[in-house]
Design a protein around this ligand. Structure first.
Ligand code: PEP
Length: 250
C-alpha cells in the first residue's frame, strides 16, 4: 500500500532452544547486509528465548516480539506472561489472538481485545490476528467473520503505530494451502474498509499482513496483492534462508 513500510514478521511458535539463536543471528546478518531497508522485520520467539533474542537483535534492523500476553500486568496467573514482562525482556511487539491461541486456549474476541490494550499499556505494538476457518469459508462467511473479529478484537484506539492486523485464514496456517490472489485481495480490501468504518482515516495507514503458508516461492505473488503490507510467517521463519528469501521477495 503506498506510504506504508512493509513488515515481515516471523512467529516461531513453540519452537526453538538456545541452539536456534544461531538462526536468529543469520537472519539479523541478512538484514544488516543487503536487504532493503524499506522492509521492517520482526521475530516473535518463545518467551524463554526473548531476552537473549533481544540482546542479539539489538542494533540490528530486526525487532524481537512475544507471541501472546496476559491481559493483566501482574498477579496470580501461573505460567502466564504479561505484556510488561515481554517489554522488560526486550520485546517491541506482541502477537495477540493468533488462531492457535483462539483454538488451544479458547480465546474470544473479548479476550484478544483486552490483550491488545495490555500491549499498549506496556508500550508494545499489538499484532492482532484474525481469519476464518475452513468451514466458515465453505459457508461463504469469510467476510462476515472478519468483520465480527475486527469489531470484537480491535480496540477503537488502534492506530497505525500501535497496531498491525494479520489476516490468517486458519485453514492456510501450517497446511501449505493458500487462498488465491483474488481471495487475498478481497479479504484485505474488506479488512481495510471495515477498519476505516471503525477507526476513520487512520485505517489507510494501518499495516495488514497476510499469514498462512507463506514461503519464498509464493511470497512474491502474495506480497504484491493490493492492501497486503507484509507477511506473518510461521514455519518458514525458523530457517534464515527461508525467512530472508521471503523478505527479499519485496
Ligand atoms: C502463523 O503461525 O502465523 C503462520 C502463518 O504459520 P505458517 O506460516 O507456518 O502457515
Amino acid at each position: 500500500t503506498p506510504g506504508i513500510r512493509p513488515l515481515v514478521a516471523g512467529n516461531w511458535k513453540m519452537n526453538g532452544t538456545s541452539a536456534s539463536l544461531n538462526e536468529l543471528r543469520s537472519i539479523a546478518g541478512g538484514f544488516m547486509t543487503g536487504l532493503d531497508a524499506e522492509t521492517e522485520a520482526l521475530l516473535c520467539v518463545p518467551a524463554t528465548l526473548l531476552s537473549r533474542a533481544a540482546e542479539i537483535l539489538h542494533r540490528t534492523p530486526v525487532k524481537a516480539g512475544g507471541q501472546d500476553c496476559h491481559a493483566k500486568e501482574t498477579g496470580a496467573h501461573t505460567g502466564d506472561v504479561s505484556a510488561e514482562m515481554l517489554k522488560d525482556a526486550g520485546a517491541s511487539h506482541v502477537i495477540v489472538g493468533h488462531s492457535e491461541r483462539r483454538t488451544d486456549h479458547g480465546e474470544s474476541d473479548v479476550v484478544v481485545h483486552a490483550k491488545a490494550e495490555a500491549a499498549w499499556r506496556a508500550g508494545l505494538v499489538a499484532v492482532i490476528c484474525i481469519g476464518e476457518t475452513h468451514a466458515e469459508r465453505e459457508a461463504g462467511a469469510t467476510l462476515s467473520v472478519l468483520s465480527r473479529q475486527i469489531d470484537g478484537s480491535v480496540p477503537g484506539t488502534a492506530t497505525p503505530s500501535n497496531a498491525v492486523i494479520a489476516y490468517e485464514p486458519v485453514w492456510a496456517i501450517g497446511t501449505g494451502l493458500t487462498p488465491t490472489v483474488a481471495d487475498v485481495a478481497e479479504a484485505h480490501a474488506h479488512i481495510r474498509a471495515r477498519l476505516a468504518e471503525k477507526l476513520g482515516e487512520a485505517a489507510g495507514k494501518m499495516r495488514i499482513l497476510y499469514g498462512g503458508s507463506v514461503k519464498p516461492s509464493n511470497a512474491g505473488e502474495l506480497l504484491a496483492v493490493a492492501n497486503v503490507d507484509g507477511a506473518l510467517v510461521g514455519g518458514a521463519s525458523l530457517k534464515a534462508v527461508d525467512f530472508l528469501g521471503i523478505a527479499e521477495s519485496y
